[in-house]
Design a protein. Sequence first.
Length: 173
Amino acid sequence: MPRTLYTAEQIRARVVELATSLATRFPADDTPHFVAVLNGGFMFLADLVRAMTRPVTIDFVRMTSYGSATTTSGSPRIVHGPGTDLRDRHVVIVEDIVDTGLTLQALRRHLLAARPGSLSTVVLLDKPGRRRVTVPVDLVGFRIPDEFVVGYGLDCDEAHRNLPYLGVVAPPS
Ligand code: PRP
């Protein structure tokens, strides 16, 4: 089994802190719109919105995936979503991990073209050692070294996504 990096309890506590910080970014009567990146972001989104103490709306996008490869093809594209008019909305991108930054950069460009009122980004995991492009990230759950992390939505060849904790495995060869 994967070696534990963050327990379910540590993740739960950090997600509540992130939700509390996020709430201060919007007017009190606003309904922010959360856009999560599939597949990895599904569990983080579910916990994050349940920790929000105000109405929110949600949506999902799918980008071209790395699939079973561990390195990026270099130019991620959106292949599904968003399905909502973002104009003047306070939009929050929800990502499980920012690695090279290429996925987030492409998604931000796409969403900004829809002219949202604001665009924030919250990522659960940040691997700054792997960054290839500079991209704004407003809130980070945990900064981690360059290890192959699975669980809590993240996979290794589609395995381990359902683990309630974050763990480390040897990278696939
Ligand atoms: C992962 C992760 C991010 C992206 C980050 O997705 O969920 O979307 O890579 O990498 P980057 O910063 O180098 O662009 P992946 O393609 O593995 O798809 P998945 O979420 O379906 O596992």
